[in-house]
Design a protein around this ligand. Sequence first.
Ligand code: ADP
Ligand code: MG
Length: 251
Amino acid sequence: MSLLTLDNVTIRFGGLTAVDSVNLEVQQGEILALIGPNGAGKSTVFNLITSIYNPTEGRISLDGKPLVGIPTHKIADMGITRTFQAIRLFTELSVLDNVKIGAHCRGKAGLVHSFTRLPSMKREEAEIEEKSLEALGFLDLASKQDEIAKNLSYGEQRRLEIARALVSKPKLLLLDEPAAGMNPQEKVVLMEMIRRIRDTGITVFLVEHDMKLVMGISERIAVLDYGKKIAEGTPSEVRSNKAVIEAYLGS
Ligand code: ADP
Ligand code: MG
């Protein structure tokens, strides 16, 4: 069953067509990777799915519900969360507070309310804390909950971003180059965690350059080049695709 559908999606920035008539379906429960050279339009696809940009043409839907026109801050309510290619943490806040912010973005209580002391708000705050600790546990960061985010290793900071995206229990998790800058050991740990996330029923759509990681965890791979989807298939199909080798893998 298709969870997310991109139907003939195009976006132009002035004279540049960054995403060009892309059709793509993300199936419920799969790990799908989007690969391609720098500037191919991968992050732009994520920005379109999360309504940071509106497509010039085409439709995007989640579970059959249109996403185009839904404001970015409502996208998490629809069940989609993401991480960014460049880490975006509150570096001076604790690890736990960084994750709680992810839950506040979704919950009934805004961040401002969390500083008031109404009993109902206290209960909600306790729930958020519990969920945040659960998400941290999932990314093996529970023991670091009181650490200031900037003191974490680079790999841990990347995992913290994922924990924050997980806390609102999305249907679809978008990861933009989650392994960027990680050492090989950290990448192995990350791969295992992405699998565990998927095994809880969350569909994972990731952009990644590390081919070992992509080939190792994805069920399917889609390939972008100059905004166009040039191939799609299983890792072995994509690896042996002539157009993909010419555009990307051969380089
Ligand atoms: P990738 O993530 O595959 O490396 P991007 O999606 O970031 O590539 O970018 C695709 C192309 O779109 C690039 O040429 C980039 O410069 C351009 N682009 C992305 N966002 C904007 C924007 N807001 N305005 C103008 N050009 C943009
Ligand atoms: Mg990118």
